[in-house]
Design a protein. Structure first.
Length: 510
């Protein structure tokens, strides 16, 4: 396990998010951040002592912003806020998403614009390290004021209510905290709103999806290269001069990857003088399509990278001037649009991959046995694998419809424009999962196609990929259900193992 991650609200990366969310890396509060949090809390305490009227601290919330709350009821105000906003429904977040949500909220609190007490932040970090995970429903956020409902369910467990999961068992919040050796927090002024106001669910879900999408983009180059060689395609279209004449960065990267992957292929040399001039677009235009995806992911990464360390509270505490200022940093529009772009980008990876699968299994296009089956008719081969890929690619088209263009006013029209950022992020995550499986099907089909060319071999890095795939799934002859093969290879795709395997032979793949 990697060393403990010190959070301070300013340095979190996508790799850190995956390390904590997926791999269980431990977290600690940076000492400098601790001092900032304590100073920010003093600003809140001083405002309460002076009787200042501050939104969410000494007033109600949303359309109740004009209702001033008596000082002796401020604790009750914060706890009521958490309870009333715990209105999420639907399927609960999985463990990586929950851990990502916890980490990102802790990181925002460490930034010291929230005004929480150190002990409140420390409890959240302790729960994360103990793997005590609040049960958080995935639906109920419209993305402004941030992800209120999901974050409220997280805060609910911190006050000993709601539900949490610990060591494989779901229990009441207080029971889970006790089992982990922790004590519920009693919220003070502003702490309830500080825990629930922000974009951390949409950012966690989008960030985890993005991290995998980057691996899918590289894997798509490998799968595309394997398919092209299995179909006896030409590598002329990947000539460096072609791509330098249209210098989109992602296009150049994918073309470089394809040249490395296809170099020294005996299969390619076997038909170099066949007279074939050019291939279909799904083969010839791999760099242009995959490259556009890479460039889109670059935009998404830049946006998510900012949001990982952005202050999304309201009101925000400014220590230098001892002010609490009300604004709108909780609005999820930047992440919502980025998540929609992410869904579109990964859908395109899946779309072109499915077309390559069709070329592999269609004898009119491949010159290979129908559906890559030996004894076709008696055996169906990979007929249904292409059908599954088509179903997933079609579903991705629906998922690519943007959520961020929608808005439904809430809170008596006080919150009259919202981002739908969680919807966008959840759609993107589903599109990533679908595309992971489409690429797995392409790899299975391309490996099957290669075996009809034996004893000719493909390039050394692609032969390494073939061996890795065959270590999980042997040549398919209808003797077993096909679904488990797809899922096994999909795990390799999602983890980036396919890219690592090829790179171990040909050097770095970008």
């Amino acid at each position: 396990m990697s060393q403990v991650l010190a959070i301070d609200g300013n340095r979190l990366t996508l790799g850190d998010l995956e390390g904590v969310a997926r791999d269980g890396r431990r977290v600690a509060l940076d000492p400098v951040a601790r001092d900032r949090v304590e100073r920010a809390r003093k600003v809140v305490d001083d405002a309460v002592a002076k009787g200042a009227v501050v939104y969410g601290v000494t007033t109600g919330f949303g359309s109740f912003a004009d209702v001033v709350i008596p000082r002796d009821r401020l604790r009750e105000l914060q706890e009521n806020l958490v309870r009333s906003h715990s209105a999420g429904v639907g399927e609960v977040l999985d463990e990586p998403e929950t851990r990502g949500l916890m980490l990102l909220r802790a990181n925002v609190l460490a930034k010291a614009y929230s005004g929480v007490r150190v002990e409140t932040l420390e409890l959240l970090i302790a729960m994360l390290n103990a793997r005590l995970h609040p049960v958080v429903p995935s639906q109920g956020s419209v993305g402004a004021s941030g992800d209120l409902a999901p974050l409220a369910h997280l805060a609910l467990a911190m006050i000993g209510e709601g539900s949490c999961r610990y060591q494989g068992r779901v229990s009441a919040g207080a029971e889970g905290l006790k089992a982990a050796g922790l004590t519920p927090v009693r919220l003070e002024a502003k702490e309830g709103i500080a825990l629930i106001n922000g974009t951390q669910l949409m950012t966690a879900v989008a960030g985890l999806a993005l991290a995998e999408a980057e691996r899918l983009a590289a894997t798509a180059d490998v799968a595309g290269a394997l398919t092209l060689d299995a179909l006896k395609g030409t590598d002329v279209a990947f000539d460096e001069r072609i791509h330098a004449a249209r210098p989109h960065p992602g296009q150049a990267v994918s073309a470089r990857n394809l040249r490395r992957l296809l170099a020294s292929s005996p299969l390619r040399e076997s038909h170099r003088d066949c007279g074939k001039v050019q291939d279909a677009y799904s083969l010839r235009c791999i760099p242009q399509v995959h490259g556009a995806v890479r460039d889109a992911l670059g935009y998404v990464k830049a946006t998510v990278g900012i949001e990982l360390n952005g202050a999304t509270d309201n009101p925000m505490v400014f220590v230098d001037t001892a002010e609490l200022l009300s604004g709108g940093n909780f609005h999820g529009e930047p992440v919502a649009i980025a998540a929609d772009v992410l869904a579109i980008a990964v859908a395109e990876i899946g779309s072109i991959s499915e077309r390559r699968i069709e070329r592999l299994v269609n004898p009119a296009l491949s010159g290979l046995p129908a559906f890559l089956a030996r004894d076709g008719g008696f055996r169906s081969g990979l007929m249904m694998a292409q059908v599954t890929a088509a179903a997933l690619a079609s579903e991705n088209k629906s998922l690519a419809h943007p959520a961020s263009v929608d808005s439904i006013p809430t809170s008596a029209n006080k919150e009259d424009h919202v981002s739908m950022g969680v919807t966008a992020a959840r759609k993107a995550a589903r599109a990533v999962a679908n595309t992971r499986r489409i690429l797995a099907i392409e790899l299975l089909a391309a490996c099957q196609a290669l075996e009809f060319h034996r004893p000719l071999q493909t390039s050394p890095p692609l032969e390494a990929v073939h061996r890795r795939v065959r270590g999980l799934a042997s040549f398919y002859d209808d003797g077993r259900p096909l679904g488990p093969d797809i899922e096994s290879v999909a795990e390799l795709v999602g983890a980036g193992t396919i890219v690592v395997e090829a790179a171990s032979v040909c050097g770095t793949l970008e």
